[in-house]
Design a protein around this ligand. Structure first.
Ligand code: PBG
Length: 333
């Protein structure tokens, strides 16, 4: 029997190109490659230390020597850059987070060790005070308020210290107003014209940062929440204003954070500005996929790769992710 299917619309067989692997490859509109990844790494003081993080199975707090090994692995996998975040216990924290300005702090020591051993890897530094303050906030706390301009002055000094230690990308995650312009001016005045700034431009007050705060030792100390400086998840026009400001202030690239809950923001930002746009697949997103996979509730590797692809489809140039090494290995097979 010769039936005429879909009479009149034979070209509408969108399933045709999906029939074989070669054809699916040929028709793919987006690709994920290790080139897209910035590997998020948590540091902790010590030697030979790989300390599990309860809420992030498969992620470890690494001592600087172990971070060097991670950098070598990243290089062998074709991952261009690492983003470092420091763990500090409650004893190492102070009201104003002075450790942020110590040129021999954990971040700076790790950066020097990595750059000595693996000079060609890119290194990104998180700029904010939350790993160092005894209240866990990203800025200075005065009379119950996070003060903006006084915080910015400290962030500029923190950025210069990080640049001197060898970081290539300064990434302010604090959400203070005006910090990108101030940091750019500070870096330039210190001779660091070629040090990039990736602004955490559209950063939302998100529940998905929970595991990270455990990872860096902030969860036990954080007082209150960060809604007076991080964005309201209800807003999207405001994200465009944040990005516009950060680009005008001299950011080389902008970030949207968290990632999957904000794919709509990634797309709007990319369409509106065409600037290099990165998404941060944050700790809670990592934890969700890993936890479900551990329970046998979903295919962890497939979910990881699909989530990374979705960032590319949304328009991101790259992704900051704890999955970077695992994903690079999975893509290599
Ligand atoms: C804080 C900072 C946070 C993250 C990166 N830098 C959390 C926060 O704002 O409390 C989140 C990273 C993650 O959840 O993976 N400056």
């Amino acid at each position: 029997m010769n039936k005429i299917p879909l009479a009149g619309f034979p070209a509408l067989r969108l399933r045709r190109p999906r029939q074989s692997a070669w054809s699916r490859r040929l028709y793919a509109e987006n690709k994920v490659s290790p080139d897209d990844f910035i590997w998020a790494i948590v540091l902790k003081d010590g030697q030979g230390l790989r300390e599990p993080i309860a809420a992030m199975p498969g992620v470890f707090r690494l001592s600087p020597d172990e971070a060097v090994k991670a950098a070598k692995l990243a290089q062998s996998l074709g991952i261009p850059a690492l983003a470092l975040f420091p763990y500090t216990d409650a004893d190492g924290r102070t009201p104003d987070g002075e450790e942020a300005l110590n040129p021999d702090n954990l971040m700076c020591r790790a950066a020097r060790a990595i750059k000595d051993a693996v000079p060609d890897i890119g290194l990104m530094a998180d700029v904010a005070l939350d790993p160092y303050t005894d209240h866990g906030h990203d800025g200075l706390l005065r009379h119950g308020e996070i003060v903006n301009d006084e915080t910015v002055d400290i962030l500029v000094q923190q950025s210069i210290i990080q640049a001197r230690a060898g970081f290539d990308i300064i990434a302010p995650s604090d959400m203070m107003d005006g910090r990108v312009a101030a940091i750019r001016a500070g870096l330039d005045a210190d001779g660091f014209q070629n040090i990039q700034i990736m602004a955490y431009a559209a950063k939302y007050a998100s529940a998905f940062y929970g595991p990270y705060r455990e990872a860096i030792g902030s969860s036990g100390v954080l007082k209150g929440d960060k809604r007076s400086y991080q964005m309201n998840p209800a807003n999207s026009d405001e994200a465009l204003r944040e990005v516009a400001l950060d680009l005008a202030e001299g950011a080389d690239s902008v970030m949207v954070k968290p990632g999957l809950p904000c794919l709509d923001i990634v797309r709007r930002v990319k369409d509106a500005f065409g600037a290099p746009t990165f998404a941060f697949q944050v700790s809670g997103e990592y934890a969700m996929i890993r936890a479900a996979a551990q329970n046998g509730w979903l295919d962890g590797e497939a979910a990881m790769l699909e989530s990374l692809m979705s960032f590319k489809r949304a328009g991101a140039n790259g992704v900051i992710t704890y999955f970077a090494a695992d994903a690079a290995k999975a893509l290599d097979i």
